[in-house]
Design a protein around this ligand. Structure first.
Ligand code: ATP
Ligand code: MN
Length: 462
């Protein structure tokens, strides 16, 4: 007989039919005559109840079926006599695939802390919460490809190992095959990479944007969706050392088009979750965050506020608040400022634009005022920055000037500058942090709990 997944079994139950299900035991209860097993196979948050007449089975087999064990069950699908489920399987045969030692299985009881589950990340998929989170994570990845494919964007694979530092920002993970105990040096004391694998210094990428621009200036609209790496030592609930980023890049888009796309895109994703991940979201709404569903609906139904950085600074200065970090024109906004704007002042997502050029990257389009650039950050409640983007500087001279002003190595950017020499075009793009999106959609509060195996300072287990 062919195995059926619990999700399809529950979606159109054929009462009276023989079925074969396979999964992991969540709970077993009952008495010496009859047992009730809650079986979960990961396809849905819902378990299927297995009813076992003890007299028809080997006593030792039944003893071995404890929480965490993996079994295959054949039986008849019947209407349930008990409360809590409509249907159940009356078991005719059970095969035990894998026992689970009752003494040492870590997930015995309910209500483990998130920290405990993080230490047991190899097994945490088997809890209701993490099952829901990772099914939603999948649905969001699928919806992202769907959205862009429908709009005629091309999925571009940008390199993970790069020879360039996207923003001149530093904080990258080096990639080398050289012997760390015996590094060759140049006369001036710097490391000699000539004999390294690539013959030059290389790193793990912090962003696929620069390569993405090359694609957009030929294919029109592209997006990347891949892992990015930052070696910054920020131990916060919103930063990972390895995270996934979605970076669309569009020819002929100005900043307004860019904002329109960003807003439409995240609203599409949230709507997709509301329509396709209902049961998982309802579970998270009841167990993790009671305001989750209302917040998701609110974001889908309301327009984002759009104001400039300069206006935001005035609002913050007029707020009468005492800030931990000082507010002033030219200073970067901190999480406390972003969250004040979103959660207290406007009470909805905010897009901030036109930041001072000193606090933004070299490639952003310079405004005529000589002071600001066409940057945009999308700020979300509970999260802060979820998207960062800009219109790009498409003029060769202005771009080169900025590279020089910032003392970046002109020769490292020869291929990037070439695009501004040969058929340059206005274009824009942004980066959405995938895990920050999942944080928002699931209502989870720590970014370590929305990626299967988090990489953070001093932590690379599993
Ligand atoms: P932040 O100020 O929050 O550190 P950033 O300005 O350095 O972020 P960008 O370089 O603009 O981030 O990256 C684009 C997006 O990638 C951000 O809006 C955010 O959603 C996400 N992101 C950036 N850094 C991280 C990180 N360390 N872990 C997870 N997501 C991140
Ligand atoms: Mn940013």
């Amino acid at each position: 007989m062919k195995r059926i997944k619990v999700k399809s079994l529950l979606s159109k139950p054929l009462l009276g039919s023989e079925v074969l299900v396979k999964g992991w035991v969540r709970t077993k209860r009952g008495n010496k005559n009859i047992l009730f097993i809650a079986l979960n196979d990961g396809s849905t948050i819902n378990n299927i109840q297995i009813v076992v007449e003890a007299a028809s089975f080997d006593e030792n087999l039944l003893k071995d079926i404890s929480t965490g064990a993996c079994i295959a069950v054949t039986g008849k699908l019947v209407e349930s006599q008990g409360q809590g489920q409509n249907i159940e399987i009356s078991a005719s045969s059970i095969e035990l695939y894998g026992k689970s030692d009752a003494e040492t299985y870590p997930l015995q009881k309910k209500g483990h802390s998130m920290e405990f589950l993080r230490e047991n990340a190899h097994l945490r998929f088997r809890t209701n919460t993490f099952g829901a989170v990772f099914r939603i994570r999948h649905a969001m990845a699928f919806a992202i490809h769907n959205y862009f494919n429908d709009k005629g964007f091309f999925y571009l694979h940008t390199p993970i190992i790069t020879g360039s530092d996207c923003e001149g920002a530093g904080e990258m993970f080096h990639v080398t095959t050289m012997d760390l105990k015996n590094m060759p040096h140049n006369e001036d004391g710097s490391v000699d990479y000539n004999n390294d694998f690539f013959g030059k210094e290389t790193n793990l990428t912090v962003s696929g944007q620069l390569e993405g621009e090359l694609g957009a200036l030929s294919l029109g609209d592209i997006y990347t969706f891949g892992p990015t790496f930052r070696a910054e030592n920020s131990n916060t609930p919103r930063h990972l050392a390895e995270f996934w980023m979605i970076e669309p890049e569009m020819a002929f888009y100005d900043l307004k088009d860019n904002m329109d796309l960003a807003e439409d895109f995240v609203k599409y994703l949230i709507r997709y979750a509301l329509e396709n991940c209902r049961e998982d979201l309802e579970f998270l709404n009841s167990m993790i965050d009671k305001a989750l569903l209302d917040r998701l609906k609110f974001v889908v139904e309301n327009e984002f506020v759009r104001i400039t950085y300069t206006e935001a600074v005035s609002i913050l200065l007029a707020s009468g608040r005492k800030w931990e970090y000082m507010v002033g024109w030219g200073r970067d906004l901190q999480a406390e400022h972003e969250r004040y704007l979103v959660e207290e002042h406007f009470k909805r997502p905010v897009i901030l634009t036109d930041y001072p050029k000193e606090i933004k990257a070299f490639y952003m389009k310079q405004n005529d005022d000589g002071k600001t650039v066409r940057a945009m950050d999308v700020l979300f409640p509970g999260i802060g920055e979820i998207i960062g983007g800009s219109q790009r500087e498409e003029q060769y001279d202005k771009l080169l000037n900025r590279i020089k002003e910032l003392k970046l190595q002109e020769k490292d950017f020869w291929w990037y500058l070439d695009t501004r020499k040969f058929g340059s075009a206005p274009h824009s793009g942004f980066g959405l942090g995938f895990e920050r999106l999942i944080l928002f959609v699931t209502g989870m509060s720590n970014i370590r709990d929305v990626i299967p195996f988090p990489r953070t300072p001093k932590n690379a287990e599993f």
